[in-house]
Design a protein around this ligand. Structure first.
Ligand code: PEP
Length: 250
């Protein structure tokens, strides 16, 4: 099997005004000065910054992602953005099913599946987030929860080239807590097996990112775990220095 090229993606969430684009400029400077790590690199700023970020990133080593989309291509859905609009603004990928959207907006696996299909329809990759809550982990239900989310969220025609899974334990997001290396390895192995069951051979090439309090100080230990093909980074992606240090774990 050919090696999977990792991906490190920064999820800015609802953070960032125009001035924050200086962090993207600083990231590009660091990469230009020190050389490129052997990983794909993506930043996912809020939709308001996509067009400006696109101009900065064009032709460079960092790709642009968005954070959510509506399942439909257009229509009477005030305030929503379609995958086609995000592609038009410069996004190459869309994060779907982040736990904050599942919690804040009641997104179900079926909705995440529809959004994933929308991203694919627009020619974009989908980064599908899954992960258990603290209570579910305490109940010993982690693997079952993650398998269920995958079964509901991953379209059966998903391909390694257009689909990424991010395993993000809800209790690890923004908390400074991380699972043990053994726990991450166990969940990622189950995700790999479930992907293969759902989409066959393609599942062996899908990138499985770890997300949840990835920081400069723990990136190396998390990113070298089996079946961890990169990271989805929240808070630590807002500062170029921290995000760049995480990239240097490769
Ligand atoms: C995220 O929300 O995708 C995330 C991983 O956040 P953080 O790195 O801040 O825990």
């Amino acid at each position: 099997m050919t090696a999977i090229r990792p991906l490190v993606a920064g999820n800015w969430k609802m953070n960032g005004l125009g001035a924050s684009l200086a962090e993207i400029a600083s990231l590009l400077d660091r990469l230009a000065q020190n050389g490129l790590p052997p990983t794909d690199i993506m930043v996912c700023p809020p939709a308001t910054l996509l067009t400006k970020a696109k101009l900065m990133l064009e032709g460079g080593p960092v790709t642009l992602g968005a954070q959510d989309c509506h399942p439909l291509a257009s229509g009477a859905h005030t305030g929503d953005l379609s995958a086609e609009m995000l592609a038009d603004a410069g996004a190459k990928a869309i994060i779907v099913g982040h736990s904050e959207r599942r919690t804040d907006h009641g997104e179900t696996d079926a909705m995440v599946n529809a959004k994933t299909q929308a991203a694919h329809r627009a020619g974009l990759s989908a980064i599908i987030c899954v992960g258990e809550t603290e209570q579910e982990r305490r109940n010993g239900a982690t693997l079952e929860v993650v398998q269920g989310q995958l079964a509901g969220s991953v379209p059966r025609d998903a391909r390694a080239a257009n689909t990424v899974i991010a395993y993000e334990p809800v209790w690890a997001i923004g908390s400074g807590l991380t699972p043990t290396q053994d726990d991450v390895a166990e969940v990622h192995a189950v995700i790999r097996a479930e992907l293969t069951r759902l989409i066959g051979e393609e599942g062996t090439g899908v990138r499985i990112l770890y997300g949840g309090s990835v920081k400069p100080g723990n990136a190396r230990e998390l990113l070298q775990i089996a079946n961890v093909n990169g990271a989805l980074v929240g808070g630590a992606s807002l500062k170029a220095e921290d995000f760049y240090t995480i990239l240097c774990a490769y």
